[in-house]
Write a protein that binds this ligand. Structure first.
Ligand SMILES: Cc1ncc(C[n+]2csc(CCOP(=O)(O)OP(=O)(O)O)c2C)c(N)n1
Ligand SMILES: [Mg+2]
Length: 345
C-alpha cells in the first residue's frame, strides 16, 4: 500500500497526538526484531529432518507451520496498547500476536516443539497456544476469532471492567459469516471489541480479488455503524495511531472498531508452500517496504535512534530469540503417560 511519506514536522505532530514517544517506538522496534528472529529461527529448525523428502511428521517440529514474517508491525502496533488482562484471540498464524501480547518466548517455542515445558505441555502445538497470564488464545479454525473475542468483550462489559478484547483475523477469514454476525452483535451491544484484519492479500493460495466482493473489509464494518480504519500494515506508526484511537474508544465504553491493515507475508502460506500463485517480483517489491527497516528509518529520521542503537536493539532481540529456541530444544518431550491427561476423551 503506497502512501506519501510525511515530512518531519507532520510526522512529529501525528506522533505527538498519538502519544507515541521515542522509548515506546524503540521498544516496538526491538519487539518486532524479536518476532522476526524468533520466526526465522523456527523456520530454520522446521526443515531439519524434512529434507530431501518433505514429511510433516518428521524433524524436531512436527505438523503444519504458518509464519507471519513481514506482518510484525500489525501485531506490535496493536498489542503495545494492551494490558495483560485485555484479551487477544488470534489465528492459525499466531506467533507474532503471541509475542507482541507478552507471552514468554521460551514456553512459546517449547509449545511449538511439542515439549513438556511448553505453554500447554506440548499438546497444543503452534496453532493452539493458550496463556492465561496474558489472556491469549488462538485456533486453527479460520473465522473463529471474531465471535470468541466478542464473547470475551461481552464478559468484560457484563463485569463492568474497562478491558478490551481484540480479534485478529486474515482477510480470507473475514469472508466468513462469523465476521458479519460479530459486527452486528458488537455494534448493537457496543462491545469493547477491536477487530484487526490483516489483509496480506492471500488466503492460502487464493488472491483476495478472487474471493471478495468488496475491495476492503472495513467497508462492511461501516454498514454496521462501526468506525473503521484502513491502514498501512507495514508501518508500525500508522497502526499504532489508529489502534490508540480504537483502544481509547473501547475503554471509554464507546464500542467496537475495525482496523484493516494491509500487509504482506514474506514466506509461504505454510512452510512447504511452493508459492506458485505469486511472482518473485511481487515478493521483492514488498521487501522494499519491510516493516522493521521502515521503523528503523523513521527512528533515525526523528533523531530517536542512530545506527548503533538500532544494532544494539537488534542484537538483544536476537539473543532473546536464540535463548527461547535453545530452551525449547533442550526441554524434554512429555512422558507417554501424559498423552491422555488434560484432554477430552
Ligand atoms: C473453518 C476453516 N476453513 C478452512 C480452513 C483451511 N485454511 C487454513 S488457513 C486458510 C486461509 C486463511 O486465510 P486468511 O484468513 O487470509 O489468513 P492468512 O493465512 O492469510 O493469514 C484456510 C482456508 C480452516 N483452517 N478452517
Ligand atoms: Mg490472508
Amino acid at each position: 500500500m503506497w502512501k506519501p511519506e510525511p515530512n518531519l514536522e507532520d510526522l512529529r505532530y501525528l506522533l505527538d497526538r498519538a502519544g507515541l514517544t521515542a522509548d515506546l517506538s524503540l521498544s516496538a522496534f526491538r519487539q518486532m526484531c524479536l518476532i522476526r528472529f524468533f520466526e526465522d529461527g523456527i523456520a530454520e529448525r522446521y526443515y531439519v529432518g524434512k529434507q530431501p523428502e518433505f514429511n510433516l511428521a518428521s524433524g524436531p517440529i512436527r505438523g503444519e507451520m504458518h509464519l507471519a514474517v513481514g506482518q510484525e508491525a500489525v501485531a506490535v502496533g496493536v498489542c503495545s496498547l494492551l494490558d495483560d488482562e485485555d484479551a487477544v484471540v488470534s489465528t492459525h498464524r499466531p506467533h507474532h500476536h503471541a509475542i507482541a501480547k507478552g507471552l514468554a518466548p521460551g514456553p512459546l517455542a517449547a509449545e511449538i516443539f511439542g515439549k513438556a515445558s511448553g505453554l500447554c505441555q506440548g499438546k497444543g502445538g503452534h496453532m493452539h497456544l493458550f496463556d492465561k497470564a496474558s489472556n491469549f488464545s488462538c485456533s486453527g479454525i479460520v473465522g473463529a476469532s471474531f465471535p470468541q473475542a466478542a464473547g470475551a468483550a461481552l464478559a468484560f462489559q457484563c463485569a463492568g471492567k474497562h478491558l478490551i478484547a481484540v480479534a485478529f483475523a486474515g482477510e480470507g477469514a473475514a469472508n466468513h459469516g462469523t465476521f458479519s454476525e460479530t459486527l452486528n452483535a458488537a455494534s448493537l451491544w457496543q462491545l469493547p471489541l477491536i477487530i484487526v484484519i490483516e489483509d496480506n492479500l492471500y488466503a492460502d493460495s487464493t488472491p483476495k480479488w478472487q474471493a471478495m466482493a468488496t475491495a476492503q473489509h472495513y467497508q462492511r464494518a461501516l454498514s454496521y455503524n462501526i468506525p473503521a480504519y484502513l491502514v498501512d500494515g507495514m508501518d508500525f506508526m500508522d497502526v499504532y495511531r489508529v489502534a490508540k484511537a480504537a483502544t481509547e474508544r473501547a475503554r471509554r465504553g464507546h464500542g467496537p472498531t475495525v482496523i484493516e491493515a494491509v500487509c504482506y507475508r514474506y514466506r509461504g502460506h505454510f512452510e512447504g508452500d511452493a508459492g506458485e500463485y505469486r511472482t518473485q517480483e511481487e515478493v521483492d517489491l514488498w521487501r522494499l517496504r519491510d516493516p522493521i527497516t521502515l521503523l528503523g528509518a523513521r527512528l533515525k529520521k526523528l533523531g530517536w535512534a542512530d545506527d548503533g542503537t538500532l544494532e544494539r536493539e537488534r542484537e538483544a532481540a536476537k539473543r532473546e530469540a536464540e535463548q527461547a529456541l535453545a530452551f525449547a530444544e533442550q526441554s524434554p518431550l512429555p512422558e507417554a503417560k501424559q498423552a491422555l491427561m488434560g484432554v477430552f476423551r
